[in-house]
Every structure is written in structure tokens, then in C-alpha cells.
Design a binder for this molecule. Sequence first.
Ligand code: ZN
Length: 149
Amino acid sequence: MSDLSSLYQEMIIDHGRHPRNFHVLDNPTVEQAAHNPLCGDQLTVYCRLKDNYIESVSFQGSGCAISMASASMMTELLTGQSVASALTLAGVFEDLVTGQAVDLERPELAKLKVLAGVSAFPARVKCATLCWHAAKAMVSDAHETVSTE
Ligand code: ZN
């Protein structure tokens, strides 16, 4: 893991150790399990949707620091968003961690851009995007377990 040290910036470590919104949500309207067999990351994202808005979102599970940090940041970001902007954000985030050109000045990327370094480590991209795959499936009403494989 030592070659990944540049990935583990302060914020990632902090979110990985103390994930935000890390609990089962009360009365979720949707929940989505997701699994990244390559790394062993396994999480469930819970969401309370109301009138096409994400009223509340949380997650539980276990996995590497990247998957936990990414899910933690995602729950903070998605709370209060419309389903449409959640889907847009998922796309932007995927571009960010796969090294596509994205506008880093987008205010919603203020926190997420600490994960941009993941793009240099293709095997870690799936860790970072796992929670977003779950969120996308969840708000699109696809309830099969998400797997990165
Ligand atoms: Zn992982």
C-alpha cells in the first residue's frame, strides 16, 4: 500500500476513520447494497426520497479507506439534492476519478476533488465509485445488488 500514500490525504483519512452519516437510516424509502469484490468493499446506502429530493442519506458497511471516505463524502454531498443533480454529480465524480477533464472549480467538487488522485490508481477507482454506483441505482429504482465486476 505504500505507493498509495499520496492518495491518503488528511481528509480521506479523516472521513475513512470517522465516516459521516454512518448508520442505518430511519425509515429509508430505498436502500442499495453494493460490493467491490476486487477489494472486498461492501456497503449499503440508505436514502429517504421525498418528491424527487434526497431528504436524507446514510450508509453502512466495511471496506478500505477510499471506499469509506468516498461514501462518507457522498452522503454529505447528496443530502438535500434533487435526484437529477445526484445523477449529474455521480457522472462528474466518475469523470473525476477516471482522469477525465472536469471543471474542478465546480463548488460541489470542493470536497470530492481530494479523491482526484485516485485516477492514478485504476484498481482504486472501483473503491471510490462503489457508493456512487449504489446511489445511482438507488435513485433510478434498480434494486439488484451493485457489483463492480
Ligand atoms: Zn477498496
